[in-house]
Design a binder for this molecule. Structure first.
Ligand code: SF4
Ligand code: SF4
Length: 451
């Protein structure tokens, strides 16, 4: 089934998916060392749960938190724990991290590791043998977060709330960000755990229906999922290719014709959205008791020598991914964590991959050559494309002036940082950067108030 309906606003940037879409997932060789950040999710940071010099095995818990909105972290290799250190995340935040030096013997690597994570059998059914709470608890113990990039702890979404029942579960396979193909490869190569995870999430939330939503520019993923999902009674829906179709609000609007209130969540309108990678990780956490230790990352862009999709241990340095893919080309100009629309320019290649890392895009000088910023011509294009119905230029101006009250009145918190406004601006106003700046200033003001 196909839906041609869509959400308001949005843009159609060049996809550039062909660079890596046909590259079957390869397993990154075990790094000599990883750095596992204590913050990889929205919510409370983890506290370290291991001492320096402790020996840990693949999958052992490294840190956790008592807070409900948080997610534990686990060792993605076997080895020896080092002294707590600090790392810089792609968004520039400095956070504490637990180093682990690899031991000579690793229990799993290469194809064996891939098969252990994604290989079958993956049962289907209504999973009535599991109480919803069991699924939620396994999800939390496994450290699952939204792998689409938002990194919101998944168990929080799956908890049933009698006051706000869920009728529809949307499994998000849109991957609308240009260049990235990690979810596409997962759906092509390992559709079965995605379907099993979808059914487990349905059991946890009590949703009446579940739909796997895939943009119609991914025919192989659609075919692969339909083959497996059809037999399990799960609907697979082709949705229109438009950026940011993979945003939760936008997907709910396109498929269910419901508007998630600004600052609200899909569950406010009876829906839950779970990324396809998260669904696969849920199947593994519940049925095999295995935590989230690895994820698929796309390494792509005209500035990388051999674009690839890699299965990567959480905590591996970006540098290793780039080296594995042959390094950057001579005209490489910028390395972005994620895609060009929502990603962050990487200042340091020792930055570790986190649960929310979906890709690395290396752009060339031609691609990043910046048009000079000029004065806003009040054309209104940024307003037309904003999928959240904001007035980006007003928020950006308020942020630039440091007028945080005004920025809040224009609903800065509702901005999903999709970049559509900056993409269409003929004056090259750095709208998203200014909005992000406003958000940082607001955070600082809030913590100063607390202290
Ligand atoms: S204001 Fe925010 S949500 Fe709206 S288009 Fe710009 S980045 Fe996207
Ligand atoms: S798109 Fe750019 S030039 Fe047009 S109104 Fe928005 S900020 Fe101004």
């Amino acid at each position: 089934m196909t839906t041609r309906s869509s959400f308001p606003g949005g843009v159609h940037p060049a996809a550039h998916k062909a660079l890596a879409a046909e590259a079957a997932t390869e397993v990154l060789p075990t790094p000599d060392e990883i750095h596992v950040p204590l913050v990889q999710h929205l919510g409370a940071p983890c506290k370290p749960g291991v001492e320096p010099r402790a020996e840990v095995a693949l999958g052992d818990e490294l840190g956790n938190s008592d807070a409900f909105v948080s997610a534990p972290i686990h060792a993605s290799i076997s080895g020896t724990v080092g002294k707590l250190t600090a790392v810089t995340l792609p968004n520039g935040c400095r956070v504490r991290a637990i180093p682990v030096k690899a031991s000579d013997e690793q229990p799993l690597s290469g194809q064996d590791l891939f098969d252990d994570i994604f290989g079958g059998p993956w049962p289907t059914g209504r999973f009535e043998q599991y109480e919803p709470k069991q699924i939620v608890d396994a999800c939390r113990a496994g450290g699952l977060v939204g792998l689409g990039g938002a990194a919101f702890p998944t168990h929080v979404k799956l908890v049933r709330n009698e006051k706000r029942p869920i009728d529809t579960l949307l499994i998000n396979g849109c991957e609308c960000e240009p260049y990235l193909t990690a979810d596409d490869r997962l759906m092509v190569e390992a559709p079965a755990p995605v379907v099993t995870g979808a059914l487990l999430a349905q059991r946890a939330t009590g949703a009446e229906s579940v739909k796997i939503c895939i943009e119609d520019n991914k025919p192989k993923a659609l075919e692969s999922l339909r083959r497996v999902a059809g037999a399990a009674g799960v609907e697979v829906l082709a949705v229109k290719t438009k950026y940011p179709q993979g945003g939760e609000r936008q997907l709910v609007a396109a498929v269910l014709k419901r508007e998630v209130p600004i600052g609200g969540l899909p569950l406010d309108v009876g829906a839950v959205v779970v990324n396809v990678g998260t669904a696969a990780a849920l199947a593994r956490a519940v049925l095999r008791g295995k935590p989230l230790t690895h994820r698929i990352v796309t390494v792509t862009g005209a500035g990388i020598r051999r674009p690839r999709n890699l299965l990567v241990p959480i905590g591996a340095a970006y540098r290793l991914l780039i080296d594995y893919c042959g390094g950057v080309t001579e005209d490489a100009a910028r390395i972005v964590s994620g895609g060009p629309m929502m990603g962050f320019t990487l200042g340091n290649l020792d930055t570790p991959v986190t649960k929310g890392t979906s890709g690395v895009t290396v752009l060339t000088h031609d691609e990043v050559r910046k048009a000079k910023e000029t004065a806003c011509v009040r054309c209104g294009r940024c307003v037309d494309v904003c999928p959240v119905h904001l007035v980006p230029t007003k928020i950006a101006l308020a942020s630039k002036a440091g007028d945080l009250d005004l920025a809040q009145r224009y609903c800065i918190a509702g901005c999903i940082e999709c970049g559509c406004c900056a993409y269409v601006c003929p004056a090259s106003v750095p709208l998203v950067q200014l909005i992000r700046l406003g958000k940082v200033l607001l955070q600082k003001a809030a913590s100063a108030k607390k202290n």
